[in-house]
Design a protein around this ligand. Structure first.
Ligand SMILES: [Zn+2]
Length: 396
């Protein structure tokens, strides 16, 4: 399965994957999914939001155990983020059939559409629509960088865009969703574990900092006479690093816009975007408040005006404790629990159904990059853990 997927949507230039929603590469991934379902005699279907399903047992029976992930990628993404979960799901089903188990609940493998949001700018579009966290109107209004609307892209790929919307009836038939995913950090590597269980997805947000000073000549304006917002911005970037370290959180200024952006001009405006995430709300609030306080203090010294706007925010997602504890019991007590700073379909669906996640060790922690990697032994351990979980949940 891994070899079949390896070439799809891969850039020869970067070695990374460019599998964006409703493109030719996406269609190839989806065709692969369908082949895998049909080769195993599973019931294949596409739901109203374009998510793919492969069922073992009667989809209408209810209380189903669903596993899966996504096949799309970020620009120049790695091979594992998403596909590891889908491939492991099919492999876990094969493992269980090899064990000769009897299924007492329907089991399905799912591929959720447009998880990364690389093309239309909104992550987890497929699961969000299904869970009723994104309206049809809002989805229809999404456009890609070329101005193509999501509805047009869906239609061009053969999917009816007018059918999209909440799907409570489908979710009502699912008793548990378990997503396996490559870890996007080094927690498992540091504890030398192959597999871990997710505790929560960290709360995270994005804040825009507008530093306004005064544009002036870089050669003739005395230092003492300047109102240079770049200085304030620089101090704020350092404060973000410092405060994140103090709180055990992460904080990043990864995007910045400068006006007039001239090499010989003191800027009039520096606009920087802060992305911050922490294990809990208090820690996140502390970091952001401290960064803003440091920025304001420095702004005063620099004669700079500062506006801070929160542009987006996602609260903490605690995975259901009962299901999480059950996974722990099935896998034995030694499996570590870990939080994550990354969003997932499992996080979206956890608002509607009991949801859990398994993570597979990533020795470098690198993700969203062609360098993303997981060792074959660790991936195999992930498949066995997922098989044990599915057996524990669906075969008793
Ligand atoms: Zn992912």
């Amino acid at each position: 399965m891994w070899a079949d997927l390896a070439g799809i949507g891969r850039s020869a230039e970067s070695g990374g994957y460019r599998r964006y929603a409703w493109t030719a590469a996406d269609a190839e991934c989806r065709a692969w999914f369908r082949e895998q379902a049909e080769a195993r005699g599973l019931v294949y279907e596409v739901d109203r939001n374009g998510n793919q399903w492969a069922w073992l047992g009667d989809p209408a029976a209810g209380d189903a155990v669903v596993t899966g992930s996504h096949l799309d990628s970020v620009p120049d993404g790695g091979a594992f983020d998403g596909p590891l979960g889908v491939v492991s799901s099919f492999a876990a089903l094969d493992e269980l059939r090899g064990r000769g188990v009897t299924f007492n609940r329907p089991v399905a493998v799912a591929n959720f559409g447009d998880e990364e949001g690389a093309r239309f700018g909104l992550a987890c579009t497929g699961s969000r629509l299904t869970a009723g966290q994104l309206t049809r109107e809002a989805a229809h209004a999404l456009r890609d960088a070329d101005g193509v609307r999501l509805a047009q892209a869906m239609e061009a790929a053969g999917h009816d865009p007018d059918a999209i919307g909440p799907d409570p009836e489908r979710l009502g038939r699912i008793g548990a969703f378990v997503e396996l995913h490559i870890e996007q950090g080094r927690a498992l590597d540091l504890t030398r574990d192959r597999v871990g269980i997710a505790s929560a997805i960290w709360p995270h947000g994005r804040w825009r900092f507008d530093f306004r000073g005064e544009a002036n000549h870089a050669g003739t304006t005395r230092l003492a006479d300047r109102r240079d917002p770049m200085l304030t911005y620089a101090e704020t970037v350092l404060a973000a690093r410092r405060e994140a370290e103090l709180a055990g959180a992460v904080a990043t200024f990864g995007k910045v816009a400068v006006e007039p952006n001239g090499v010989n001009a003191i800027p009039s405006l520096v606009r920087g975007w802060l992305d911050s995430r922490a294990a809990d709300q208090d820690a996140l609030d502390t970091v952001v408040a401290a960064v803003e306080a440091a920025a304001r203090e420095r702004a005063q010294r620099d004669g700079v005006d500062l506006d801070v706007v929160r542009e987006s925010f996602t609260p903490v997602v605690e995975f259901e404790h009962a299901l999480r504890d059950e996974l722990g019991k099935i896998l034995g007590g030694a499996v570590p629990l870990l939080g994550t700073g990354a969003g997932h379909d499992a996080g979206i669906l956890s608002g509607s159904i009991p949801t859990a996640m398994l993570f597979v060790r990533n020795p470098t922690g690198v993700s969203h990059s062609p360098a993303e990697f997981a060792a074959e032994d660790d991936c195999a351990a992930g498949v066995l853990a997922l098989a044990d979980v599915l057996e524990g949940l669906a075969c008793r």
